[in-house]
Ligand binder design. Structure first.
Ligand code: B1M
Length: 211
């Protein structure tokens, strides 16, 4: 069984192919962790690079992520059985008052594709919910998305609340979305700014390496 075919199916966004090839890989006795790392995560890594280089766009990335999710449905129970730990836990959501979730979903899918466990709080998430979820679930990163100039300040409220709860430093914050900039991230005291979904993955990996 050639894992490269599965990797290519993920890159091509071939959902049925990714599922079928994952089934075949499992039947061939390949370790679930190897299937995950060498085919699925490797495929999503490549999609991330292509996305950064503007060689593929949002629809292709969403299809690739969906293909990965198809494969993950089969792999997840086996990974749990094998005791394979996710790379880290990340709480994600679109901030209070904001219903845009396409970018946030893309970021969440890419992070999941990179091996992180995602706690997706959806959209219109108030600061208290972000902080409570991170504290209760033991997440070390909160990722916030905002698409409106009127809602982006809710990011600052979340960061201020984290500080007030004494979680500053223990929980890193990553912010992004069309109106958000590095200067804004610096102004509100976020740990990092992600320009796109692939950068969000790089940042999350960097945070984990720093721990
Ligand atoms: Co709205 N909308 N919208 N909208 N909408 C914008 C954002 C707007 C710029 C359109 C415009 O006027 N030109 C404008 C905002 C203006 C402003 O604030 N200055 C706007 C407005 C005004 C509104 C309403 C107020 C309209 C109204 O009702 N009068 C309303 C608000 C509702 C609300 O939220 N309370 C509204 C509603 C909607 C729809 C529901 C119709 C729909 C959302 C559907 C949904 O998300 N399920 C919608 C859409 C689709 C858009 C546009 C057209 C596209 C947004 C999008 O999905 N982009 C948008 C115009 C635009 O941005 N060009 C617009 C694709 C997505 C992949 O990109 O989310 O930027 P993006 O994510 C990127 C990066 O930013 C980054 O990675 C992603 C992928 O690379 N990123 C992160 C995002 N989050 C990140 C987090 C990270 C790291 C990176 O770390 C955690």
């Amino acid at each position: 069984m050639d894992l490269n075919r599965l990797k290519q199916a993920v890159i091509a966004g071939d959902m049925a192919g990714a599922r079928k090839l994952t089934e075949q890989a499992i039947e061939a006795g390949i370790e679930p962790g190897v299937i995950l790392d060498e085919a699925l995560v490797a495929g999503m890594d490549e999609v991330g690079e292509l996305f950064k280089a503007n060689e593929v766009y949002v629809p292709e990335v969403l299809l690739a992520a969906k293909s990965m999710q198809q494969a993950m449905q089969l792999l997840k129970p086996l990974l749990v059985k094998d005791g394979i730990e996710p790379k880290g836990k990340i709480v994600v959501g679109t901030v209070r008052g904001d219903l845009h979730d396409i970018g946030k979903n893309l970021v969440a899918m890419m992070l999941e594709g990179a091996g992180f466990e995602i706690i997706d709080l959806g959209n219109d998430v108030p600061p208290e919910r972000f902080v409570k979820a991170a504290a209760e679930q033991g997440a070390t990163i909160i990722g916030m998305s905002a698409l409106l100039t009127t809602t982006m300040y809710a990011m600052k409220e979340t960061i201020d609340l984290l500080k007030a709860e004494g979680l500053d430093g223990k929980v890193k914050t990553m912010v992004g979305g069309a109106p958000v900039t590095q200067a804004f991230a610096d102004e509100i005291g976020a740990s990092a700014y992600g320009d796109d979904a692939a950068t969000a993955v790089d940042l999350a990996k960097r945070f984990m390496a720093e721990q």
